[in-house]
Design a protein around this ligand. Sequence first.
Ligand SMILES: [Mg+2]
Length: 315
Amino acid sequence: MSRGGAINLTDLSGGQVGEWLQSFDTILCDGDGTIWQDDTAIEGAPDVLNALQQRLGKKVYLITNNGLKTRQELFERSQRLGFHLPSDRYIISPTAAIADYLVESPDFDRARHKVYVVGNAAIARELRQHGIDSFGAGETEQLAPGDLWPDFVAREFGNPEAAKDVGAVVVGWDEYFSYCKMARACHILCSNPDSAFLVTNRDAVHKYPAFCIPGTAAFVAGIEACSEREALEMGKPNPLVLEPLTKTGELRAERTLMIGDCLKIDVGFASNCGMLSLLVGTGRYSNLSDVRREKGKLAQPDCYLPRLADLLPYL
Ligand SMILES: [Mg+2]
């Protein structure tokens, strides 16, 4: 099968699909738009992932850019929706990738350092589970009416304690994003050049049928601009998130299939890591002609299926 050919698997014979199924032994599967929509499983998706594990002996991991839940919370959701994964080790999430990265980092000392979070409370919960203290997550921080920004800056940043022992700034999706938060992140990153600057993802926009909302990339871009530093992305499509599995030999990219609904994030990730890719039409794209229209701009998948459930007859 040619790479990037965007072949519709439903056009192939059972024998050809069977041969394709033998070309990988590990599967990475995206969450939203691929196997679930928020708290609802996409019809047939649990049956397919369970059959791939139980009937064909494939190793299945869920990999998401969702930074609004901890790894354990995502595992619990997967169980609740009928996905049978052996343990939370089979969930790859940005909150966990960030916590693991800091635990492993020689420059970050859990006994001394804390983390400033521009993002939601799940990031703080995940850090806490790894023995890391943080502040800012899930909070609002705005200039009070009548408060002037020079007063805010003098009050908050005039004291050297404001940036002392802050070993990392973490940015995720934050509905309370504000000038004050941006100023605090800027002050810490500029004051502590050795601090880590980590972000859950660079998703630009979240498109819903009725509206579009800014993704984490918008917040990251603002903080990168004022701190004059580049953030390290701890989500897809950065191959870094796979390193813990590839280093130990637990995952071989050339024998791994990435399943997802987004060309830029999921198929781009597969392409960056040297993995096979399968795009499903239950999320960002609803038909193959829209996918092919992106050719030349975005990486094309090896294979396509209207729904993950369409794989079930072959398993
Ligand atoms: Mg998705």
